[in-house]
Unconditional design. Structure first.
Length: 439
């Protein structure tokens, strides 16, 4: 089978495209394609999410309610299902499922594997398949291809085509969205590359074609590893600077005046989110197959792992200065999302610090306007406290863990007895002696 038929469908925009996994990555991608006139069928294991999409109920911050309503109710270009037999309706399928680490910090490939099986068992010959989930280099060729060929009895490059195109979404970024973030595309073979370029070109403004899936896979891991290593470096320097009575924030501002060769990274209580703390360990895993030790990633990960413990010590030190012990103190966390102005607390360092303090007997409260409640890994349920003057003044310590732009820092400091600022939230506020402790 040649790729002529699917290319024709792409050129007249009748290419029906499945998106598997409608989360932070999949839903914005599905809406972007649908907005550009492509009929999208979303496949989602979580039936509540599929139902929400079909009712145009938005659950992802980077998708606007208006866009979702438009593509679901008006143009009817987007619908969702949990029925994977409907993959046979699709000409192209894009996979956006999670790629977490297991408890031994090894890649959990089960989501990609089950998607491949669902596709293989249901697809028609001539289907184009693209993986967007972050993973280790060689996944598309050495992990996905054999599963799909075995389960479908079809042949890659002849009966179906494969590609890897990493998602680069930056949740909460108001300038760069799915359609205007340049997209890396690496396909297996020239026919697949032709399809990939044409299909993604329908919705994405700038494509950067690379020669193979493994180049694209490595590119994505390089981007995230670069951030892990540099944030871990600045966190370590921040801890040293704290001991030496040097304001690391002033140092960074000074270094930034260099017009070349320096890019600023900012310290904080640790690295969170679904990507940076996890993805580099996918590379570490595959490197072991080549008997290669990635010591830089390992060290950066170890620095990050220790951050929550160091932050706990910092809070304990501040309480001590106020002649209070950790046990029995009430500690209010301002912000539990892993970064400002988003509603995502996955892998958030705030949760790790809260957990450690709880184990030491502290009474933990939090306020985060984006996250009304959450349940931690031990099943403890937390509900967002309403931010009142009394809440602030009753707390023995208020900790800034996320610098949401809506926080009225000056007022919070005025009412609080003691503040530990792990995000440079208080930068423009005059600090009373002994009241604010910084990272
Ligand atoms: N969130 C980000 O900022 C970001 C950025 C770039 C890349 N990524 C990568 O994109 C991938 C997806 O991340 P995400 O943040 O969208 O995850 P997510 O958890 O928000 O969404 C994944 C969705 O897939 C669904 N799902 C799981 N298994 C499924 C299956 N077999 N079939 C159908 N649906 C299934 C889940 O119910 C969920 O709705 C990951 O590999 C991640 O590393 C994420």
């Amino acid at each position: 089978m040649s790729n002529t038929e699917i290319l024709k469908k792409i050129s007249n925009k009748t290419v029906k495209t499945g998106v598997i996994g409608l989360g932070y990555v999949g839903l914005p991608l599905a809406v972007t394609f649908a907005n550009n006139g492509v009929e999208i069928l979303g496949f989602e294991k979580n039936k509540d999410k599929a139902k929400a999409v079909n009712e145009a109920q938005n659950y992802i911050g980077d998708v606007t309610d208006a866009d979702l309503t438009n593509v679901v109710k008006e143009t009817k270009k987007l619908s969702a299902t949990a029925d994977f037999t409907r993959i046979k309706e699709c000409d192209a399928v894009i996979i956006c499922v999670p790629t977490p680490l297991d408890k031994f910090k090894k890649p959990d490939m089960s989501y990609i594997e089950s998607s491949c099986i669902d596709i293989a068992k249901n697809m028609k010959p001539g289907t184009f398949i693209s993986l967007e989930s972050t993973t280790y280099p060689t996944t598309t060729e050495d992990f996905m291809k054999p599963i799909i060929e075995k389960e479908s009895g079809l042949k890659e490059g002849k009966d179906f085509w494969l590609c890897f195109s990493p998602e680069r979404v930056d949740p909460g970024n108001i300038n760069y969205k799915t359609d205007n973030t340049p997209k890396i595309v690496g396909a297996l073979g020239t026919e697949a590359a032709e399809i990939a370029e044409a299909l993604y070109g329908l919705a994405i403004k700038h494509l950067h074609m690379v020669s193979s899936p493994r180049i694209a896979e490595m590119t994505k891991i390089l981007e995230n590893t670069y951030r892990l290593v540099n944030i871990s470096l600045i966190n370590e320097l921040a801890l040293l600077s704290g001991k030496m009575n040097i304001d690391i924030w002033e140092v960074i501002e000074a270094a930034k005046t260099k017009p070349y060769g320096f890019q600023a990274f900012y310290p904080g209580p640790g690295i969170g989110g679904h990507c940076i703390p996890l993805d580099p360990f996918y590379l570490e895993h595959i490197a072991k197959n080549f008997n290669f030790e990635l010591s830089m990633i390992h060290t950066a990960g170890a620095i990050n792992d220790r951050m929550s413990h160091r932050m706990m010590n910092k809070i304990s030190f501040a309480l001590n200065r106020h002649k209070k012990s950790m046990g029995g103190s009430t500690i209010l966390f301002m912000g539990i999302a892993y970064k400002p102005d988003i509603a995502d607390a996955r892998e958030s360092p705030a949760l790790l610090i809260m957990d450690q303090l709880k184990k030491k007997g502290a009474n933990i409260l939090y306020h985060d306007p984006y996250i009304p409640e959450f349940t931690d890994d031990h099943g403890n349920k937390y509900i967002c406290s309403e931010l009142t003057d009394k809440l602030l003044s009753d707390a023995d310590c208020v900790v800034f863990t996320t610098n949401h732009s809506c926080f009225k820092v000056e007022q919070i400091i005025e009412k609080a007895k003691l503040v530990v600022d792990l995000r440079n939230a208080v930068k423009s506020v005059k600090i009373e002696d002994g009241k604010v402790f910084k990272l």
